[in-house]
Design a protein around this ligand. Structure first.
Ligand SMILES: Cc1cc2nc3c(=O)[nH]c(=O)nc-3n(C[C@H](O)[C@H](O)[C@H](O)COP(=O)(O)OP(=O)(O)OC[C@H]3O[C@@H](n4cnc5c(N)ncnc54)[C@H](O)[C@@H]3O)c2cc1C
Length: 452
């Protein structure tokens, strides 16, 4: 009888276009699908991400006809036990290029090899595996535009169809994780839900994406990030659907930003927590009791700047925030409140349903001016002009700040200018943006002077 193979699911929770799973299931070999809750990854994840994961696993268990096994603990130990239980000596998984995953996979591979079990890491959660797109000199790109060009000419596999697997059932599972009752209002989990959203986006909004992607008040982006995070949909499946329209190319480039940041993190794992440009870490940040108060007002959406507050309240309510607003709130934390980008990044990781180490740390560093291809430090987002420009009718502000809903399109961006006074229950601006912008530039000049 053919020996089964174990398929270890991680960030590839789907059953179509799945080369690693296809290989595990080759020649009709029975496959035991397993998901391991690893405390090292589980403990730092917030409720929203864990709930979305739990719901995705429920979908995957149904989709594998109940065969999916959930176990908790150290992956090497769990996989050794399972291999002994089902009498196999092969484990397959999709390759993980993140800083933790790489170390874990090497250790698991060595530990299983000592027990006579071979591990096969295949494919990637990216269209182009990190490490593949390098400059002519063999080094990694530090600027997005040439990376994008090289990434496009490198190309990617065409997506494959559904996997035909003979699932090995009847293996004891521990209880599956459950949703947190306090989680935000999250999207529906699972491959069908991902495709429902993708089809809707690719058949219409993508053609207005060049403009729509910057309008937080309209549903103009794909909102596929949670599905991409867990591999419920693979980027090459989306790329294969894009045509030559310039707006589709903008969408293609956004998918490439995700790959660019994965590449940067692959080359510089330290940049997950530390500034990519080390000398930028010397910038003066505020300290003392006021900083906690400031941070808390930012977290709760109580800064008195409507666009910042609307974004932070969207994050609490939905575990997601529009990209334009992510940039504005991040700039406010770093350049108006003079706090560490890392503090904001941790809050994002706690709440984002799409929380992804590479995109988050480097999204923050782009705004803070400490990363690759960064917006220069002296470019400071003005929360009022950004709000006027990207939410001119105040649709986004009214949605998240009902206490401001009655204000005119002119006043809603600066409620303190209303002749009858700021609305009750809404705070006045906690800092003066013009003053803090100058203070931010002063700190940058001081830092630059210290480099000479
Ligand atoms: C401070 C900050 C933190 C961020 N943290 C995260 C994070 O933790 N996880 C995350 O997935 N994205 C993060 N982003 C990037 C971006 O905001 C989200 O990917 C996007 O808002 C998700 O919504 P969407 O799926 O509708 O995006 P769309 O506009 O539809 O884009 C499609 C996909 O392209 C990718 N993408 C788009 N923009 C970016 C970008 N700037 N950087 C990297 N990938 C991008 C995402 O996978 C996204 O799902 C962050 C950006 C900033 C400025």
């Amino acid at each position: 009888m053919t020996k089964p193979a174990i398929f270890w699911f991680r960030r590839d929770l789907r059953l179509t276009d799945h080369p690693a799973l296809d290989e595990a299931a080759a020649d009709g070999r029975p496959v035991l699908p397993v998901f391991i809750s690893d405390p090292a990854l589980r403990n730092p994840s917030g409720e929203n991400r864990l709930t979305f994961l739990a719901e995705t696993l429920d979908w995957l268990r149904d989709a594998t006809e109940g065969a999916l096994v959930h176990r908790q603990g150290s992956p090497a130990v769990v996989l050794r036990e399972l291999a002994a239980e089902v009498g196999t000596d092969t484990v397959y998984a999709t390759d993980d290029h993140g800083p933790y995953g790489r170390g874990r996979d090497t250790a698991v591979g060595e530990s299983l090899a000592a027990a006579g079990i071979s591990t096969h890491y295949r494919d990637a959660v990216y269209a182009v595996p990190p490490g593949s797109v390098v400059t002519g000199g063999g080094t990694s790109y530090k600027v997005f535009t040439p990376f994008f060009k090289a990434w496009k000419s490198h190309g990617w596999l065409d997506p494959a169809g559904p996997v035909a697997a003979d699932w090995l059932d009847g293996v004891t599972s521990e209880p599956f994780p459950s949703s947190a009752p306090t989680a935000a209002k999250l999207p529906v989990a699972g491959e069908q839900a991902a495709w429902d959203r993708a089809e809707w986006f690719l058949e219409g909004p993508v053609f207005d994406y060049s403009v729509g992607r910057d309008r937080p008040g309209v549903d103009g982006t794909s909102r596929l990030s949670p599905y991409l995070k867990w591999g419920t949909i693979h980027p090459r499946q989306l790329l294969a659907r894009l045509g030559p329209d310039p707006a589709e190319d903008v969408f293609r480039s956004e998918l490439a930003w995700r790959e660019f940041y994965a590449e940067v993190l692959f080359q510089r794992p330290d940049s997950a927590r530390a500034s990519f440009v080390p000398k930028m870490s010397g910038i003066e940040v505020d300290s003392g009791p006021n900083t906690d108060q400031h941070f808390s007002a930012w977290c709760q959406g109580q800064t008195g700047y409507p666009i910042v507050d609307a974004g932070m309240r969207q994050l609490l309510a939905e575990g997601w925030m529009h990209n334009r607003v992510r940039m504005i709130v991040a700039s406010f934390l770093v350049k108006d409140l003079h706090l560490d980008w890392q503090r904001g990044a941790r809050w994002f990781m706690k709440h984002l349903v799409d929380g992804d180490l590479a995109s988050n740390s480097h999204g923050w560093q782009w705004v803070a001016g400490t990363g690759t291809d960064a917006s220069p430090y002296f470019r400071v987002f003005n929360p009022i002009t950004q709000s006027r420009k990207f939410d001119p009718e105040g649709e986004y502000l009214r949605r998240w700040l009902p206490e401001l809903a009655h204000l005119s399109n002119k006043q809603i961006h600066e409620p303190w200018t209303d002749p009858v006074g700021a609305p009750a229950g809404y705070p006045g601006p906690m800092v003066d943006h013009g003053k803090e912008r100058k203070e931010s530039l002063r700190r940058y000049d001081e830092l630059k002077a210290s480099w000479q």
